[in-house]
Design a binder for this molecule. Structure first.
Ligand SMILES: [Zn+2]
Length: 649
């Protein structure tokens, strides 16, 4: 293989001969079955492809798979080699010829396809990006190989099967549910997705007529509205803002147990963590809105146009982050929008201070860089070339490269074409330089937002006489929160008359509760925020030991977020309160230990383990659950379990 390096504008481009130079895989058709008890997948796979240059071998990525019935090419058996990473096909492939390869396969994937069981019910799901779809489906690890897929699979009757693309109808069998899905356009293999579970769904249509399917577990029926709040509105907003119609047939969103990330933007099928399935109270602190908008934006930025390699990853994450923020601005307002940009600018600055920053084009840049600096590039670019040029350039870029791969220079070329401006300095400063241009970013924010100006002005780090007045004036909530964080001793009775988030700051930062604020502080236990209640319960319990029973009684029926933050804290406090329900201590302890078992999501288990560790009370059952946790797919849980296990030895 030969490397050719070209110098284009200010970018250095190294072009390596790839398989995509020799062959174009056009259609992929998979018919597969799952054996969940043995974590097995087996199936029949066919690919149609066109040869672009004469070649005598080519491969399909297939990790630890077996092909016992051999491989046929245009109905004839051919030679192949399986090296447990790739399936190599040997044949004299002729330029411009079309071929069809067909084979059976089976695999026991250790990653990318996950079989979970909760309360005797299966929840099966996939994660391609970072895990490689080729562990369960013979496919292509190279994102530049885009294929039009068709899928058929089957499962037990009372389960719902969800995959990418348009559903072609379910079977009428009494015991088995089969489903087929067809994609109309090509996509990279990392976007292939499957989710199976006992789901229900809510169906909507967007203004442009795109079907939206919002899936949920039946037990969560009351959480559907807060979980999916603004879904349709954001979809409509996104289509208008991007200026290019949604490129796929429909859009489905499915929560799964113990997902690896917040969400994953598989084409037409976003899979997200059930930690975002929230009730109306949890919505106030931890909702799905941002993730919802982010994964939706990827349907254009990432799925329609895909970054050709790691150094252009910001074309996916930066765009998804920025357009999600625009969608949120439409809902939560300008101050929210500028606040988020301000927060990310501060994080990027501190990343540089800690020598963790890098160029946006560094393929191993941090998530913060890809996501937030990427978003900042777009915000600064919009300011430089104007909103109208910006929109037209993005539109031209999407239309020119739809269903293909893209690079940073291709995007910048469209910007130059549209704006007729020189971009060299902008690209150097915002994209290439190792350091994030914090001063420019802050100056831009101050120019755009009075709210940010005010926030910057208020500073009580070095206490000054104005701070008390600020706290009681009409400054923004964010500025008040800043004062409470910097000078909690200024909190007074009138501070409690603020809204939810300012009150949450009181609960968080006021550690020593003065007696004259006790009554006001106790009202925090009634706030519509599980975060506030958790802070307040713990601090009241600490500050007023003689009234512990009262506080525990007031919170005894609250679960909290999906990680049961309040319930777990409550159990721990009960076990440490001598005068409260002592006769039920063993019941409370058993309940706490039970939360470490595999019946629960990783985040609940982790929290329960942490509390038991803190109390030095990880007994026999807890230790047994610890062993089990060590083989979980959630790395945080695994790491904690291994560390704790070592310490307990
Ligand atoms: Zn993303």
């Amino acid at each position: 293989m030969k490397n050719v390096c070209l110098l284009l504008f200010v970018f250095v481009n190294c072009i390596t001969a790839q398989q995509t130079d020799y062959v174009d895989f056009i259609e992929g058709d998979a018919m597969f079955g799952l054996v969940p008890d043995s974590s097995k997948v087996f199936g029949l796979m066919s690919y149609k492809f066109k040869i672009l240059r004469d070649v005598d071998s080519l491969f399909i990525d297939a990790k630890n798979m077996t092909f016992e019935a051999g491989i046929t090419l245009n109905d004839k058996k051919i030679d192949f080699k399986n090296n447990n990473k790739q399936l190599w096909l040997y044949h004299t492939f002729k330029k411009d010829s079309l071929y069809e390869v067909l084979f059976n396969y089976q695999a026991y994937p250790k990653q990318a396809l996950y079989f979970l069981k909760r309360q005797d019910e299966w929840n099966i799901w996939t994660q391609g990006q970072g895990k490689y779809t080729s562990h369960w489906l013979p496919s292509f690890d190279d994102v530049n190989e885009k294929v039009i897929f068709t899928f058929s699979t089957l499962f037990k009757k009372d389960y719902t099967i969800i995959m990418n693309g348009r559903r072609l109808g379910d079977s009428l069998s009494k015991t088995v549910n089969s489903a087929s899905f067809v994609m109309q356009h090509p996509m990279s293999s990392y976007l292939v997705a499957l989710a199976i579970g006992k789901y229900k769904k809510e169906s909507l249509k967007t203004n442009s007529g795109v079907p939206l399917e919002l899936y949920y577990f039946p037990k969560d029926s009351l959480k559907v509205e807060p979980t999916y709040r603004y879904s349709k509105r954001m979809f409509n907003f996104m289509e208008n803002e991007i200026g290019v119609r949604y490129p796929w047939y429909d859009y489905k969103q499915v929560p799964v147990h113990d997902f690896l990330y917040a969400g994953m933007e598989n084409t037409t099928l976003t899979i997200f963590s059930d930690a975002f399935v929230v009730d109306p109270i949890a919505f106030n602190d931890r909702n799905y809105v941002n993730v919802n908008a982010h994964e939706l934006a990827h349907q254009w930025f990432g799925n329609l146009v895909t970054a050709t390699s790691g150094e252009h990853h910001w074309l996916q994450e930066g765009f998804a982050t920025y357009y999600a923020l625009l969608a949120e601005q439409d809902i939560f307002g300008e101050d929210y929008f500028y606040w988020k940009l301000y927060e990310s600018a501060l994080q990027l600055k501190s990343q540089d201070v800690n020598k963790q920053g890098s160029s946006l084009l560094y393929s191993k840049a941090s998530s913060l860089t890809f996501y937030q600096r990427g978003a900042w590039v777009l915000h600064a670019l919009k300011d430089k070339i104007g909103a109208s040029n910006f929109k037209l350039a993005v539109k031209a870029y999407l239309e020119a490269y739809k269903f293909k791969s893209v690079s940073t220079e291709q995007f910048i070329s469209k910007v130059i074409e549209q704006s007729e401006m020189k971009m060299d300095d902008f690209v150097k400063t915002w994209i290439i330089a190792d350091e994030f241009p914090y001063d420019l970013a802050l100056a831009l924010l101050k120019k755009q937002s009075v709210f940010i100006q005010e926030y910057e002005m208020v500073d009580c780090e070095a206490m000054n006489s104005q701070c008390y007045d600020y706290l009681n004036s009409y400054i923004s909530d964010k500025a008040k929160i800043k004062i409470i964080r910097q000078a909690p001793q200024l909190v007074n009775r009138s501070t409690f008359r603020n809204n939810l988030m300012v009150r949450q700051a009181i609960a968080q930062y006021l550690t020593k509760i003065p007696l004259d604020l006790k009554e006001d502080y106790e009202t925090l236990l009634n706030d519509k925020s599980y975060q506030t209640i958790e802070y307040a319960l713990y601090k009241l319990w600490l500050n007023f030991p003689e009234e512990r029973s009262k506080y525990l009684n007031a919170t005894r029926n609250i679960e909290g977020f999906s990680d049961k933050n309040i319930r777990l804290l409550w159990l721990v406090l009960c076990l440490n309160t001598l005068e409260y329900k002592t006769d039920q201590n063993s019941k409370f302890y058993d309940e706490l230990v039970n939360y470490t078992s595999s019946k629960y999501n990783a985040e609940i288990r982790l929290k329960a383990f942490q509390y038991l560790d803190l109390m030095q009370a990880c007994g026999t059952d807890c230790k047994q659950n610890l062993m089990d946790a060590k083989s979980h797919h959630n790395w945080r849980l695994v790491k904690f379990a291994k560390d704790l296990d070592k310490r307990l030895q």
